[in-house]
Design a binder for this molecule. Structure first.
Ligand SMILES: Nc1ncnc2c1ncn2[C@@H]1O[C@H](COP(=O)(O)OP(=O)(O)OP(=O)(O)O)[C@@H](O)[C@H]1O
Ligand SMILES: [Mg+2]
Length: 335
């Protein structure tokens, strides 16, 4: 199968100057050479700590920010090269849902007006708009009485249903979701995740699902990419990531996740000591090297490439094969 999205060694550096007399330019490497494919109908989860570059990747995929180097392909087309009608077509095929529903709606527009906006932009006639908004709100089980309200008059869960309705309105193939449930209570979070799963099954949607919450990505994803400081450290199926992690960073992330089973409380933790290094002057070798209990000279000097270690399981660690994996308890990351 051909991927619908191909992220090809993409880099996004943010530049800024410092100093009053002697100005110097710094480059913050928010995304520093990331490659992955997304296949039609799957959910690719992206996890990583705050600042690892997840939102920047979401914005790159959606074409909201230009890469510093390299590109993203959608259906085989370079999204930063296409123009005019072709670009409009690609835009229509991608929807987005962001973390903070309150901020993603105009506070002075009714929910109805917000949901219909993509239709207006795409030149739909008023006669069609009403029906399409009604269909979309039904799909997300948002009561039609809520359409005349303003965003602040909706609960967090209702707001997020409305943003999903808006994302669906042009019948996209792919939806990029950036922390879509992070602002919600746990029970509402589960309802929204189930709604997303239902919609995916009904409309064969492809999701790129970003979250720092390991339980949430485990619940919703088919495959998971683990990010650290602008790099992808590991990509594999959900089962592989949670039962057979190969990167010390993934193992560290999983073992620092809260464990809900009392039997597992005394298990050995993989501790990643120290703070993450700076994105302005990252280590020459592996990004994790200063914190990794397994690092050696090679890790200090040579940047590890993301390589397939077993079918479909990619890892960027010089020592992955030698270490041979980590034993983690079953309970990690279950909702
Ligand atoms: N417009 C910008 N200008 C300058 N730096 C930015 C900009 N956007 C993001 N960054 C920086 O890039 C890095 C990655 O940010 P990003 O928002 O992609 O991380 P994230 O993984 O989504 O984090 P979080 O989990 O907190 O949402 C951070 O160090 C951030 O400060
Ligand atoms: Mg983010």
């Amino acid at each position: 199968m051909e991927p619908i999205i191909k992220v090809d060694n993409i880099k996004k550096y943010f530049s800024f100057t410092k100093g009053i007399i002697k100005k110097r330019t710094f480059h913050l490497r928010a995304v520093d050479g990331v490659s992955f494919d997304v296949y039609p109908g799957e959910t690719l989860g992206l996890v990583g700590e705050s600042g690892s570059g997840k939102t920047t990747i979401a914005r790159l995929i959606l074409g909201l920010t230009r890469p510093t180097k390299n590109t993203v392909y959608f259906g085989g087309k370079d999204i930063f090269k296409v123009k005019g009608r072709e670009l409009a077509n690609i835009r229509r095929r991608m929807g987005m849902v962001f973390q903070d529903p309150a901020a993603s709606f105009n506070p002075r527009s009714t929910i109805y007006d917000s949901i219909k906006r993509p239709l207006l932009i795409n030149g739909y006639k008023n006669s069609k708009i009403k029906k399409l908004v009604k269909d979309a709100t039904e799909k997300v089980a948002l009561g039609s009485e809520l359409l005349s309200r303003y965003p602040h008059q909706l609960s967090g869960g209702q707001q997020q249903r409305a943003s999903i309705a808006r994302a669906l309105i042009l019948n996209p193939e792919v939806i990029v979701l950036d922390e879509p449930t992070s602002a919600l209570d746990v029970s509402v979070q589960a309802q929204v995740l189930d709604l997303l799963l239902d919609l995916q099954a009904s409309f064969n949607l492809t999701y790129v699902f970003i979250s720092h919450n390991l339980s949430v990505v485990r619940y919703i994803s088919d495959r998971i990419g683990v990010m650290y400081l602008g790099k992808l450290m590991e990509v594999a199926t959900v089962d592989e990531i949670y039962s057979n992690p190969k990167h010390p960073y993934t193992a560290g992330l999983l073992s620092s996740a809260p464990v809900f089973s009392p039997r597992e409380r005394h298990r050995k933790k993989i501790i990643l000591a120290g703070d993450p290094p700076s994105l302005i002057n990252p280590p020459a070798g592996c990004r994790l090297e200063p914190r990794c209990p397994y690092s050696n000279d090679r890790c200090r000097q040579e940047l590890p490439k993301l390589q397939e270690i077993s079918p479909g399981h990619m890892v960027a660690c010089h020592r992955a094969e030698e270490i041979g994996g980590f034993k983690l308890p079953e309970a990690v990351g279950h909702i």
